[in-house]
Write a protein that binds this ligand. Structure first.
Ligand code: ZN
Length: 295
């Protein structure tokens, strides 16, 4: 599988005539994957190889998503092991909202203060799955927006099938926190407009590569200002469906970010190098990341 992924990446870098022709010889890099669940156990056996492939494909920095106390601790650990390349978020996903007891919240405050942590979240509302009751989700969302305000760090937001409640809570807190990203945006034109109005950046994933579900989003891409458009894989989830050749594994990883960038650039009718440069600059601005030498 390693060999196939390396072959895939080198093809992506070298073959400007491939079926997704927007990828140029020197592709979109340097890129930043603003949402990778690298603490996920599917990466346990080969995490370093995944990072190496990311680097080879031009992904120079990554933000490792914390979605529970445990994955937040792991994300911070990973960021410590890879200074200036990996960063962490500190948060509790709405799926796990019932876990955010008073003690957990105290620990989350402690974790969020770490220098490696560049955002609070993943937090928000998910009424699609409702793994935690809605009241618990709302409570956890309020507490984490307060935490973002207290730490002065931006928020990493998740919303699914909960737009109205999500915006109502966001609006309540908006004067006090510094900004953030609506991660894995898959919404409507109206939802996009309201996120932009609230000063949020928009995280775009390989969802746009899904010929069944991604069409609407693809059409909205030109409406996202370049300085608000961020790229993410959300790996190991959301493997782009149109990778060619198809990877042997269903697991998504940061090396495929260049492909997402190419699809995104094509939808916006702009050179992938321009999209790469603007999204990298935007990610550094939103999360206050340091620059880094590429290669
Ligand atoms: Zn999410």
């Amino acid at each position: 599988m390693l060999a196939r992924a390396v072959e895939y990446v080198s093809r992506m870098v070298n073959d400007s005539t491939s079926s997704w022709g927007a990828a140029p010889a020197a592709p979109a890099g340097p890129l930043i994957d603003i949402g990778i669940n690298l603490a996920h156990d599917s990466f346990d056996s080969d995490r370093e190889a995944v990072l190496e492939r990311a680097r080879a494909s031009g992904v120079v920095q990554m933000i490792v998503t914390g979605s529970s106390l445990q994955s937040t601790r792991q994300a911070i650990e990973l960021a410590r092991e890879h200074p200036r390349r990996l960063f962490a978020t500190a948060g509790v996903h709405p799926h796990h909202a019932t876990q955010l007891t008073r003690e957990c919240l105290e620990e989350l405050h402690h974790l969020a203060a770490h220098a490696e942590v560049v955002a609070v979240g993943e937090c928000g509302l998910d009424y699609f799955r409702n793994y935690s009751p809605r009241a618990a989700q709302q409570e956890a969302f309020h507490r984490q927006l307060e935490l973002a305000a207290q730490t002065g760090k931006p928020v990493f937001l998740h919303q699914r099938d909960a737009h109205d409640d999500f915006i109502a809570i966001l609006r309540e807190h908006r004067p006090s926190f510094t900004g953030g990203v609506a991660h894995c945006f898959t919404g409507s034109a109206e939802q996009l407009a309201s996120y932009l109005e609230h000063g949020l950046a928009i995280g775009v994933t390989g969802w746009i590569c899904d010929e069944r579900r991604g069409r609407n989003l693809l059409a909205l891409l030109p409406q996202i200002p370049a300085d608000r458009l961020l790229l993410e894989t959300d790996g190991p989830y959301l493997l782009p469906r149109d990778l060619d050749p198809k990877p042997a594994s269903r697991r998504n990883e940061p090396a495929y970010l260049a492909h997402i960038a190419a699809v995104c650039a094509r939808a916006r009718a702009e050179p992938v190098s321009a999209l790469g440069a603007s999204s990298t600059a935007a990610a550094r601005q939103v999360f206050r990341l340091p620059g880094i030498d590429w290669k």
